[in-house]
Design a protein. Sequence first.
Length: 110
Amino acid sequence: MINFNKILYLIVFIVIILSNAGCLKMLPEAHKIDIHQGNLIDRKRIEQLEIGMSREQVKYLLGTPVSNNIFHADRWDYLHYISKAGSYAKPKRITVFFTNDRVALIDDQY
């Protein structure tokens, strides 16, 4: 025995699904936000960094480094990545090298 109510519900369901599938192109795209990862450092702070500063002074100026490698204790890396709306930008990097707990070299690629 054929149940016409079930068939009618099925037909209505299929019509609704198909009509909504056609409307998907009219919906706006999802908003994509910029994603910042790492240390966002102001250029003014980088310019204040000098040879001979102590570790505490560097940490006060730039914050805690992203990378604190136990095999390279005299090297602090500050990295900043930004992903803009699904794309990937080249990372910015500052590496500070220490000798006797004082800044000996600054590799600024920020």
